[in-house]
Ligand binder design. Structure first.
Ligand code: CA
Length: 224
C-alpha cells in the first residue's frame, strides 16, 4: 500500500489535501511539526512527502536538509507561499523534487503527486497504485493522457472540466454538493458564493449529454 506523508501545521490546508487525496484513492498520514515530519519520513513507510516550509519545531528546509544528509531518497514536494521565489530556489537546491505555491488548485497538486509516484515506481520497481482510467457506463476518462470519451467519441475537455468530470466519475450515483465540488476541484480559497460549479456542470452536460448529470434540487448534482 502506497502512502503519502503530509507535513502541514495548518488544519484547513492539511484537511483539504487529505480529503482530495483520499477521494483519489491515496492513503495519507499527517504530521504537524518538523520533528515528526523527519521521524516519519525516515521510517521508509512512505512513497512521497508533501512538506510545508513554515512548520513549528524545525522548519521545512531543515527537514529536507536532514533527510538528504541521511541519504533518504523519498520524493518531496514542497508547499510554499505564492510569489516567494527564494523559497522555491532554496527548496529545489535543498533536494526537493517539486514545489507547489499556495494557494493551489487541488487538480494541480494531484497531477504533481501522480507524477512523483510514477517516478518512485520507476526507481524502486514497486507495483504502481496509480489508476490508468475511470469508466462509468460508456463515459471514460484516461487519467494519464487526460482524454475523455463517450462511447467511441473523443471529447475535448479543459483541465478544469476534466477535474470536475473525474470527481463525478469517482462518485457515480452519489449526490455531490456545490461546496464539495468547489473545494475538491477549485480549491479551498474559492469564493463559496460563486456559481462556477453550475457553469461548469453546464459545459460537461453539453459535452457528455444533458441527461448524464442530474440536478438534485437543493442538494447538488449526481452522475448517472
Ligand atoms: Ca505552515
Amino acid at each position: 500500500m502506497s502512502r503519502i506523508l503530509i507535513a502541514e501545521d495548518e488544519l484547513r490546508i492539511s484537511s483539504f489535501i487529505e480529503k482530495g487525496l483520499a477521494a483519489a484513492g491515496l492513503a495519507t498520514v499527517t504530521v504537524r511539526d518538523g520533528t515528526d515530519a523527519l521521524d516519519f519520513a525516515l521510517t521508509g513507510d512512505f512513497d512521497l512527502l508533501l512538506l510545508d516550509i513554515g512548520l513549528p519545531g524545525i522548519d521545512g528546509y531543515e527537514v529536507l536538509r536532514s533527510l538528504r544528509a541521511q541519504e533518504c531518497t523519498l520524493p518531496v514536494i514542497v508547499l510554499t507561499a505564492r510569489d516567494s521565489g527564494e523559497d522555491v530556489l532554496a527548496s529545489l537546491g535543498g533536494g526537493a523534487n517539486d514545489y507547489m505555491a499556495m494557494p493551489f488548485r487541488f487538480d494541480e497538486l494531484l497531477a504533481r503527486v501522480r507524477l512523483r509516484m510514477t517516478d518512485a515506481v520507476r526507481v524502486t520497481g514497486a507495483v504502481p497504485v496509480i489508476e490508468a482510467s475511470l469508466e462509468v457506463t460508456g463515459l471514460r476518462l484516461d487519467l494519464r493522457t487526460r482524454r475523455a470519451a463517450v462511447g467511441d467519441r473523443q471529447v475535448d475537455l479543459s483541465a478544469r472540466e476534466f477535474a470536475l468530470a473525474e470527481e463525478f466519475l469517482r462518485n457515480a450515483d452519489q449526490v455531490l454538493s456545490r461546496e464539495q465540488l468547489l473545494s475538491r476541484v477549485w480549491g479551498y480559497d474559492f469564493d463559496p458564493g460563486s456559481n462556477i460549479v453550475d457553469v461548469y456542470v453546464g459545459y460537461l452536460r453539453a459535452k457528455f449529454g444533458a441527461a448524464r448529470i442530474e440536478t438534485v434540487r437543493g442538494m447538488g448534482y449526481r452522475l448517472r
